[in-house]
Ligand binder design. Structure first.
Ligand SMILES: C[S@@+](CC[C@H](N)C(=O)[O-])C[C@H]1O[C@@H](n2cnc3c(N)ncnc32)[C@H](O)[C@@H]1O
Length: 405
């Protein structure tokens, strides 16, 4: 592979923005890809994948290159040189690239690879926390899987099209997909492609959504005509799926504390032709109290550490802090306590996260079930999805039922 100067500079600038300015990796990639409209698919792929690679393997590369955040420009070139050597890419003869001790880099890599926290490039605290909650063996396999590149998965919007016809339509737009077994609406792309540019996307025929995430709405056991509250709807990945499962019939009340997220949901709902969704911002306890005892189904897709979706957000390894996880666990229990009151007798509730930590998942459900607010609920089932077993994101979902009066 021959390196191109302007593509490499886009990578270097993005790494600086991510590590020195705290910019999210996806935003940095988005900005980098706008630098030059003439770049073709291969160029864009190089820029995006190299940025994600250096972010994903940051701790390992920084140890090898002997550099520390905040990085000066020379530091970032050294990280980039480590990336090239370990990928077997010939270094160009540019003056930004100084003397690169190739043998020493390979030697350090072999040495550091013996220790999980370096090999998998994770902070000490995260390695200790996850190993203590999941066990050494499971965590070793899980973090290796979470460091793989995320696949592009689509969810067919069955309001508008079937999976088989979607597959054919996408083929006419040069997007090849494969069926994902055991996920009735899912298609996977064996080769990455910018699916957002397709006509099929603009026609509302699919959304991009990981296969594990597609299990959550299905877990809610919704039927057309029901009253469903999606309490942490965000930009609505699961709301849209609920709407499709309900065949656009009945009522979905999509709530979030951020109006900005619900505005995005509104745009997506229009594209999806999902007409049974109402948006409500949670700006006080009032919108919740109004729905006490009213919902057939309540979905709590709770805010969480996101430790199950590191593949998609590798920079969360560096942005996440243990204090954040401690705080988010309090929010998780609080939303369970408060939002469960919206379930009507005989109704059901799903609690879900994209975390793999039992302390955010089954332990939260158990705490809820033994509390005053949980005494009227019974545990029906739960599902713990691990990336190394499923091949998809790490997720958790539990189904609870409220007793009839
Ligand atoms: C895991 S994300 C939701 C993802 C979304 N359901 C989807 O499928 O695209 C969690 C959401 O909870 C919201 N949130 C955080 N605290 C909340 C609270 N106390 N009540 C309701 N929503 C909250 C966040 O703004 C975020 O959008």
């Amino acid at each position: 592979m021959r390196l191109h100067r302007n593509l490499t500079f886009a990578v270097i600038d993005s790494i600086r923005d991510i590590f020195n300015e705290g910019v999210y990796a996806d935003k940095a990639v988005e900005k980098a890809l706008k630098r030059d409209k003439r770049w073709g698919a291969r160029d864009r792929k190089f820029v995006a994948e190299t940025i994600y690679d250096i972010v994903r393997w940051n701790r390992l590369y920084a140890e090898i290159a002997e550099v520390k955040v905040p990085y000066d420009r020379d530091n970032i070139w050294r990280l980039f040189s480590v990336w090239c050597i370990l990928r077997g890419i010939a270094l160009p003869d540019w003056n930004q690239i100084g003397d690169v001790p190739e043998r020493r880099i390979k030697g350090r890599f072999a040495e550091l690879s013996k220790t999980r926290k370096f090999r998998e490039s994770i902070p000490d605290w995260m390695d200790e926390l996850c190993a203590s909650e999941l066990g050494e063996d499971v965590w070793t396999k899980e973090i290796a899987a979470l460091n793989e590149q995320a696949k592009v998965i689509l969810r067919t919007n069955t309001l508008n099209i079937s999976r088989e016809i979607l597959q054919k339509k996408l083929r006419t737009e040069n997007v090849i997909t494969e069926i994902v077994p055991n996920h009735p609406d899912a298609l996977v792309l064996p080769e990455r492609a910018n699916v957002f540019r397709t006509e099929a996307f603009h026609n509302g025929f699919f959304e991009v959504q990981d296969a594990s995430s597609q299990l959550v709405a299905a877990y809610c056991d919704v039927k057309p005509g029901m009253k469903v509250v999606d309490t942490c709807a965000g930009a609505g990945g699961k709301t849209l799926h609920l709407s499709a499962l309900m065949e656009n019939k009945g009522q979905i009340i999509a709530m979030d504390i951020y109006e900005s997220k619900l505005r995005k949901l509104k745009v997506r709902a229009k594209r999806n032709k999902a007409h049974n969704i109402e948006l409500r911002v949670i700006d006080s306890t009032k919108p919740i109290k109004k729905l006490h005892g009213k919902a057939d189904r309540v979905l709590i897709d709770a805010p969480c550490s996101g430790l199950g979706v590191i593949r998609r957000n590798p920079d969360s390894k560096w942005k996440l802090q243990p204090e954040f996880i401690d705080n988010i666990k309090k929010v998780q229990q609080d939303v369970l306590q408060q939002y469960s009151k919206m379930v009507k007798p005989g109704g059901k509730m799903v609690y879900a996260t994209c975390s793999i930590l039992p302390s955010e998942n089954q332990n939260q459900v158990n705490t809820f079930l033994t509390s005053e607010a949980g005494k009227d609920f019974t545990f029906v089932k739960d599902k713990k999805v691990l990336a190394h077993k499923s091949g998809f994101d790490g997720f958790y979902m539990a189904l609870l039922e409220k007793k009839e009066i």
